[in-house]
Write a new protein. Structure first.
Lengths: 316, 158
């Protein structure tokens, strides 16, 4: 069964077409229009590790389209703790639902589930592996701000070593001909095999430890959280992480249409003073998770999003 | 030295399998891959680094009283895809076998990544490694994407 396990499951044309669908679904996601395209369908939310935001976003997306949701519930009290295999859990949920969203601590779990299931699987994160629905909402946000994905200067900053979000996103950006700049402390650089892979695909990749010098030429700055646990002591952390924080005063000479993104939750890598600038885009980005997942579920279930949704939809 | 000289390094066998044209130095990996161990009762002869017109130098293995199965040939293909295999019956070549490197090896070796879903032994789906490069050999876990090379593969046989 086709699912969405990695971004490689989608061609560039499919990505664009899904983003177009998502664009049209915006009034539905905002609750301004009722369009029950997935009425009668049931989403199974299988979160083997907690991620309240991602789970809520899938759930909201299904409900906005008139469908329903069943949840695995707390892993600590479910059958998983009794030693049930992923294969068996999938056999059960597969019979109850029409599509499954899952997050699992083990890498490869989503592909494994996809091989075991009859219904489409959406990978909501597998260990340090992939998180393609996050990449789709990131692409949606960038395209919404700039009208295109092609040829943009995108700066990815912070923890590039452990952040799976930035790994999938940089691959996707390169597919659309973006220039990517990686700004990180030396110990948290983008893994070498990813940098090499991007270069093989014809990308121009710049690596730097100086985020501030990249601000004025950027179209997008994608911030990530640097975790304290990655450093031997508090002092070292404070010294290094301090260089990967944005304050409103750093943005005086930025391009007018430059956007700042963050997968959230943030700690203090983006100062609250940035929130009121025209560049802040992270809350919109979080909202876009709903609309991107709405479009993905329609696509995976073979449901066409009408060209003119206002004539099809009703008032809530 | 002539080809015949090579063959005379080890005695001709009456019944069994001759694996010729193994890349020099790979014979031990081949034995391991085929599960041929010292405590087995069949005589096994091994020559390494002998001159070869085609390859410069090569290894040869002869296994007496045993004919390789298709599954064993598939394993052989991973270490020595260009080897030639002959089944010997009554001192003469009874059959020449084709070996083919498949696109994917199923339940031959496990993934090397400790956090892969397949490390749970109770999960019933097969171990699947996709051949992503032939020379040097690279295999990629279908599930988690972790790659391994031939040395790792030989260590992780099921
Ligand atoms: Zn694996």
């Amino acid at each position: 069964m086709p699912g969405l396990i990695t971004m490689d499951d989608l061609t560039n044309e499919e990505i664009i077409s899904i983003l177009d669908d998502a664009e049209r679904l915006l009034p539905v996601a905002r609750g301004e229009l009722y369009l029950p395209l997935l009425q009668g369908r049931i989403l199974g939310n299988l979160f083997f590790e907690p991620s309240t935001r991602t789970r809520m976003s899938f759930e909201t997306a299904m409900k906005r389209l008139g469908g329903d949701v069943v949840n695995l519930g707390d892993v600590k009290t479910s059958s998983v703790v009794k030693g049930e295999t992923l294969f068996d859990t999938i056999q059960m949920v597969d019979g109850y639902t029409d599509i499954i969203a899952m997050r699992h601590p083990r890498q490869g779990a989503a592909q494994y589930a996809c091989d075991s299931a009859r219904v489409p699987i959406m990978n909501g994160g597998d260990g340090a592996g992939h998180h393609p629905t996050q990449t789709m909402l990131d692409l949606f946000t960038i395209r919404q701000a700039h009208g295109t994905l092609e040829g943009l200067n995108v700066v990815l900053a912070g923890d590039l070593r452990y952040g799976r979000t930035v790994h999938s996103l940089s691959h996707a950006l390169v597919r659309f001909g973006c220039n990517v700049t990686f700004a990180s402390p030396d110990s948290l650089r983008m893994p070498e095999e990813i940098v090499n892979d991007l270069k093989i695909h014809g990308a121009e990749v710049v690596e730097t430890d100086d985020l501030l010098s990249q601000i004025n030429s950027a179209d997008v700055i994608y911030m990530t959280r640097i975790q304290k646990e990655r450093f031997p002591d508090e002092e070292e952390y404070a010294k290094v992480a301090g260089a990967y924080k944005l304050h409103a005063r750093d943005l005086d000479d930025a391009k007018a249409e430059m956007i700042i993104m963050h997968p959230l939750p943030r700690v203090d890598e983006i100062h609250p003073s940035v929130d009121s600038t025209r560049h802040a885009c992270y809350f919109e980005q979080a909202f876009n998770g709903v609309v991107a997942r709405m479009a993905l579920m329609c696509w995976l279930l073979g449901v066409t999003v009408p060209e003119d949704i206002t004539s099809e939809g009703g008032v809530l | 030295m002539s080809q015949e000289g090579n063959m005379r390094r080890v005695t001709a066998i009456k019944n069994g399998t001759v694996i010729d044209h193994i890349p020099s130095g790979k014979a031990l990996s081949v034995l391991k891959m085929l599960g041929i161990e010292g405590y087995m009762s069949n005589p096994v002869s091994l020559v390494m680094n002998v001159p070869s017109k085609k390859m410069g130098s090569k290894d040869i293995i002869k296994v007496e009283d045993r004919e390789l199965t298709q599954n064993e040939l598939d394993r052989l293909a991973l270490v020595a895809p260009d080897a030639s295999v002959a089944i010997i019956r009554a001192y003469s070549v009874a059959e020449k076998l084709e070996i083919n490197l498949t696109e994917e090896v199923v339940n031959l070796a496990r993934c090397t990544f400790t956090n892969c879903i397949t490390t749970n032994h109770r999960e019933p789906l097969p171990h699947r490694l996709v051949v992503t490069n032939r020379d040097p050999l690279e295999l990629r876990c279908r599930y988690c994407g972790k790659t391994q090379d031939i040395e790792e593969l030989v260590e992780n046989l099921l």
